[in-house]
Design a protein around this ligand. Structure first.
Ligand code: G
Ligand code: G
Ligand code: NA
Ligand code: MN
Length: 254
């Protein structure tokens, strides 16, 4: 488990860093939120994507520490953007299955909000259906507690899990994030457009916000706008940015 030891050291050496990817409100065209995405700034290998280490962190339990770090950094940064009069935006933090299983998430979230003084409506948690599925009654109870704290919940990678529709009835969520596999060919494949349209109609009829991820070109954006999607995220707007680059981008829209 060499990489596990390396990852442990990386945390001690402050090599983990939180990047932010903007989400744009389709109606106002403004950045109203950003997804926090962790990166490992390795001294010799450069920036390492979480896809290379999140699973190791999950298996070893290190994800608990990484998750708390990302949550704290994200809330601190959102508070700083507001305090510096740069922007008041929501930060979305990914929560993994392991964190749902093993941590007292409502307590951790409550503590971080108190510590950073970030208003609770400026924090959103992104959870996947598959993580919630592991224990439906525990997940429902957990989401209810998180909801009571005033943070928002979005269902990430929506459409790729099992029996999505029954979950919607059960889970108190605020938003659906359409998986990027449906967005990729949306302008060329009728089936993908039909699925995305159906998710948007479904989400809206349940009073949920609908977000599309993986938007890479203007044709996809225009189609999503026509279909009534609320927010978009993807390389067409910006790739995940360092806090400094994100600050720069927020300043430009004043
Ligand atoms: O940013 P990137 O495309 O490389 O992310 C790869 C994967 O890692 C995505 O599935 C993303 O959700 C996940 N990921 C990124 N940051 C975090 C994090 O802070 N916590 C958890 N649990 N997953 C993350
Ligand atoms: O699993 P999750 O949805 O959290 O994954 C987020 C991941 O998606 C990150 O790794 C991020 O780098 C990646 N991502 C963000 N925007 C785009 C995009 O426009 N196209 C593709 N292919 N990946 C993207
Ligand atoms: Na996510
Ligand atoms: Mn996703």
């Amino acid at each position: 488990m060499e990489i596990e030891g390396d990852l442990r050291k990386a945390m001690q050496n402050h090599e983990l860093e939180v990047f932010f990817q903007p989400k744009v409100n389709v109606h106002t065209k403004r950045i109203e939120s950003a997804e926090a995405l962790v990166r490992w700034r390795h001294p010799s290998r450069g920036l390492i994507s979480p896809s290379e280490f999140i699973h190791i962190a999950e298996d070893s339990g290190l994800i608990a520490e990484i998750g708390k770090f990302v949550l704290l950094k994200s809330c601190q940064q959102a508070k700083k953007w507001a305090d510096d009069d740069i922007a008041t935006i929501t930060v979305s933090v990914n929560v993994s299955a392991h964190q749902l299983r093993h941590e007292n998430l409502p307590q951790a979230v409550g503590d971080v909000l108190k510590r950073t003084k970030l208003p609770e409506n400026q924090l959103e948690l992104e959870l996947t259906e598959s993580a919630l599925m592991e224990n439906l009654s525990a997940a429902t109870a957990l989401l209810t507690k998180l909801c009571a704290l005033g943070v928002s919940i979005s269902l990430d990678d929506f459409g790729t899990g099992y029996s999505s529709l029954s979950h919607l009835k059960l889970f108190p969520v605020d938003a659906l994030k359409i998986d990027r596999s449906f967005i990729r060919d949306i302008t060329s494949k009728q089936e993908d457009e039909a699925i995305v349209n159906a998710i948007i109609v479904l989400g809206h009829s349940l009073n949920l916000k609908v977000i599309a991820e993986g938007v890479e070109n203007i044709k996809q954006l225009e189609l999503l706008e026509r279909l009534g999607c609320d927010e978009i995220q993807g390389y067409f707007i910006a790739k995940p940015l360092s806090a400094a680059d994100m600050t720069h981008m927020l300043k430009q829209q004043t």
